[in-house]
Design a protein around this ligand. Structure first.
Ligand SMILES: Cc1cc2nc3c(=O)[nH]c(=O)nc-3n(C[C@H](O)[C@H](O)[C@H](O)COP(=O)(O)O)c2cc1C
Ligand SMILES: CC(C)CC(=O)C(=O)O
Length: 357
């Protein structure tokens, strides 16, 4: 039977994947405390529904940076889709475009951004699919600028700059499994030099707000900072002229014991006070999770692993089904909460329940 939930997609994917690759996708840093906390954070929140709201006509659609999207869900950037399925990022892009959902292309994609964009356009020519590009600012700024130009030329409409990785997280499953490199034939195609050589992604603890200022001066695209967790950093982001925040702990893969993202959302929303749109990712597995995050101030949520599970289970069709399930669940939850659209959700619909997880 077809998987009925995102959790069931994970079970199917797990059966299909090489266990080493499953561990790379599923795993987190250290004791995986943050990985678990992301789910527990959502479980601790209850939804308090309104009744008799006449919300028979509903929409899950919204706008992000001036562009329409069918769902307040974006596909968070994840590396190495061709480890999950031979069609890799092309399959993900087609499914996202068909569903009218934003795909954030990882800088560590195993397919060049130009080909991903072409696949998305061909899959949904009528609706100009939305792609954003995720960037790890490289110490070689000339190369970083070259990547930004590639993303712009490919038609990406926002840059998602990941700032939670001054060093690489300690992923102990990968250490145990000896997984340090992509298998022969696969590489990070966006890091290919004009001459053909492929660079390695460099994490740099030298990065500072000056790099964000540098980037701000070099692109007109909206800049979304991914991995901001501290409310003071959210305020600095406003000062430095970024356009949005993706509140993220990298799916528990960077600093272990960082808090669950959904728990931080109210504090960050209070700090930015509507000056920037907020997105949040980490542990979103149900339509109810999406609705909780929106109620607490997010404009949209990101999903990482569930898309990889759909891709591993059944390629493009699997990703389509994962997105369709989320859409159905979001609509169903809106119906039961008495809301006609994501815009009608507010913090009054959420209660924190101590001791539940
Ligand atoms: C296998 C894997 C690869 C990832 N690769 C990237 C990446 O290349 N760039 C990035 O900014 N975040 C990356 N992330 C983090 C995701 O963008 C996202 O923050 C996280 O997966 C959200 O949590 P979730 O998987 O529980 O939905 C990766 C996550 C996973 C699981
Ligand atoms: C290859 C890595 C840079 C991708 C990543 O961010 C991750 O695995 O979490």
């Amino acid at each position: 039977m077809a998987p009925l939930t995102l959790a069931e997609f994970e079970a199917v994917a797990r059966e299909r994947l090489d266990p080493v690759h499953y561990d790379f996708f599923a795993g987190g840093a250290g004791d995986e405390t943050t990985l678990r906390a992301n789910r527990a954070g959502f479980a601790r929140l209850a939804l308090l529904p309104r009744v008799l709201r006449g919300n028979g006509t509903r929409t899950t659609a919204t706008t992000l940076f001036g562009r329409d999207t069918e769902l307040p869900v974006v596909i968070s950037p994840t590396a190495f889709h061709r480890l999950a399925h031979p069609d890799g990022e092309l399959a993900t892009a087609r499914a996202a475009a068909g569903a009218g959902v934003v795909l954030v292309v990882s800088m560590a994609a195993t397919t060049p951004v130009e080909q991903i964009a072409a696949a998305a356009r061909a899959a949904a020519p009528e609706r100009a699919p939305t792609l954003w590009f995720q960037l790890y600012v490289q110490p070689d700024l000339e190369f970083t600028e070259h990547l930004v130009r590639r993303a712009e030329s490919a038609g990406c409409t926002a840059l998602v700059v990941t700032v939670d990785s001054p060093v690489f997280g300690r992923r102990e499953r990968d250490h145990r499994n000896g997984f340090h490199d992509l298998p022969a034939g696969l590489c990070c195609e966006n890091l290919r030099e004009p001459g053909g050589a492929v660079r390695r992604i460099e994490m740099s603890a030298e990065l500072s707000w000056a790099h964000i200022d540098w980037l701000r001066q070099r692109t007109a695209l909206p800049i979304v900072l991914k991995g901001v967790l501290h409310p003071e950093d959210a305020l600095l982001a406003v000062e430095h002229g970024v356009d949005g925040l993706l509140v993220s702990n990298h799916g528990g893969r960077q600093l272990d014991t960082a808090p669950a993202t959904v728990e931080l959302l109210p504090e960050i929303a209070a700090a930015v006070a509507g000056r920037l749109p907020l997105l949040v990712d980490g542990g979103v597995r149900r339509g109810t999770d999406v609705v909780k995050a929106l109620a607490l101030g997010a404009s949209a949520v990101g999903v990482g692993r569930p898309v990889l599970w759909g891709l591993a289970a059944a390629g493009e069709r699997g990703v389509r089904e994962v997105l369709a399930l989320l859409r159905e669940e979001v609509d169903h939850t809106l119906a039961l909460c008495g809301a006609a659209s994501p815009r009608e959700l507010g913090p009054d619909l959420v209660r924190r329940q101590e001791g539940v997880c």
